[in-house]
Design a protein around this ligand. Structure first.
Ligand code: NAD
Ligand code: ZN
Length: 394
């Protein structure tokens, strides 16, 4: 089959690789019809090289049609249409029972101290081949795939694999009071969808912050009050205070993660925060006198006292030192983690109707053939041509 493979920093290629095979009796093979490119893929593309091996197959936002089933699969049959959650969860262990599918004890990668295995996320997360490919082996075939109806285009459902549950969890964790105010840092696919979900769930003022003009325009079009992250931090803090009677917003969602642009020493800081353990990173950053490394530090400034910071952006390594005095003094509540996809499916599915309150049918900005995936990665990384969300099609 054809698949997108990693070969080095900013070097991904579409190659012919062996087809996946059924291994366990409850495995499925899915023929992929659409596969999203995620901001998390950019971490692998740009930053996390040390954790990849040449030939690793990327991609964790796939949907398609069941092609083969193992002998013990009874919940699905060839021809069924399915979306595959990005975390590989058994839906039967004590963590999954608590709705913490991203901490699944059956697939947890203890070697790296990480949570549940992830599709297409290399040896960091269980070395499970990804779904930017023609075919995908899916374990836990009776429980993991989300079966969706035939008929509507893939766009209607494909974001169930990651974008929708991640953004839903971000809003849930933001714990907004009725009509509350929210700042969303980062208006990529996750941040943009989080603003839509917050609006749908009755938030009052929703502020969006990003350095990319097209992304600000896109969010403004659906009623988000946008600020340009290109301005310096003090100005941003001031602007948010002005909009909130001097307090800051009830909650802030960080949908940026470790590759914030414009942070002081951004490039060096990326490496330090992504790759070094706390004990090494902290003294380095202290010596450099860097007090705001990340969007997360800005989040601590923008949130009101007693408010909540909800982190969906991925941070590797240390991302330290955190402003602990500010966090303690402002009594900030902090929640974070990989999305527990299955936990939110029943909340989200009823919204994926013709009424389309979240605008999923027009959410993507680009459709591209799998063969053009290297070009799509380069464009997404450079934020060219207004690209926000791309679906690859094998
Ligand atoms: P993305 O890379 O398109 O989004 C990041 C956005 O942040 C971009 O629009 C960028 O312009 C903006 N940005 C950069 N620096 C900024 C700054 N200083 N202030 C404000 N905005 C800034 O990708 P995405 O798909 O939306 O993903 C966003 C983050 O969410 C990534 O870190 C990704 O890994 C993470 N993610 C987490 C989960 C989860 O389960 N928690 C799932 C999917 C994605
Ligand atoms: Zn993703």
């Amino acid at each position: 089959m054809r698949a997108l493979t990693w070969h080095g920093k900013r070097d991904v290629r579409v190659e012919t690789v062996p087809d996946p095979r059924l291994v366990e009796p409850d495995d499925l093979i899915v023929r992929i019809t659409s596969s999203g490119i995620c901001g998390s893929d950019l971490h692998l593309y740009e930053l996390l090289g040390p954790y990849l091996d040449p030939g690793d197959i990327l991609g964790h936002e796939p949907m398609g049609v069941v092609e083969y089933t193992g002998s013990e699969v009874h919940a699905l049959k060839p021809g069924d249409r399915v979306v595959i959650p990005f975390n590989v969860s058994c839906r039967a262990c004590p963590m999954c029972d608590r709705g913490l599918h991203s901490q699944c004890e059956t697939t947890q990668v203890r070697e790296h101290g990480t949570g549940a295995s992830l599709f297409g996320y290399t040896k960091l997360y269980g070395q499970v081949p990804g779904g930017q490919a023609e075919l995908l082996r899916v374990p836990f075939g009776n429980r993991l795939p989300i079966k969706v109806p035939d008929g509507p285009p893939d766009d209607r459902y494909v974001y169930l694999s990651d974008v929708l549950p991640t953004a839903w969890q971000a809003v849930e964790y933001a714990d907004l009071p009725e009509g509350g105010t929210l700042t969303v840092l980062g208006l990529g696919p996750i941040g943009d969808m989080a603003t839509r979900i917050a609006q749908h769930r009755g938030a009052g003022l929703v502020i969006g912050i990003d350095p990319v003009a097209e992304r600000l325009t896109r969010a403004t079009a659906h009623g988000v009050t946008c600020l340009d992250a290109g301005r310096d931090g003090a100005e941003l803090t001031e602007a948010v205070r002005e909009l909130t009677e001097g307090r800051g917003t009830d909650a802030v969602i960080d949908a940026v993660g470790m590759e914030a642009h414009g942070a002081p020493f951004a490039k060096a800081a990326q490496w330090v925060t992504a790759l070094l353990p706390d004990s090494v990173a902290q003294p380095l950053m202290e010596r450099a006198g860097v007090d705001r490394l990340t969007a997360l530090h800005l989040a601590m400034e923008l949130v009101r006292r007693g408010g909540t910071v909800s982190v969906s952006g991925v941070y590797g390594g240390a991302a330290s030192p955190m402003p602990l005095l500010t966090m303690f003094d402002k009594q900030i509540q902090l929640r974070m983690g990989q999305a527990n996809v299955w936990r939110w499916v029943d909340d989200i599915l009823p919204l994926l109707t013709d009424a389309d309150p979240l605008g999923v049918d027009s959410f993507k900005t680009h459709d591209m053939p799998l063969e053009e995936a290297p070009k799509a990665y380069a464009m997404f990384q450079a934020k060219e041509d207004g690209m926000v969300k791309t679906l690859l099609h094998p």
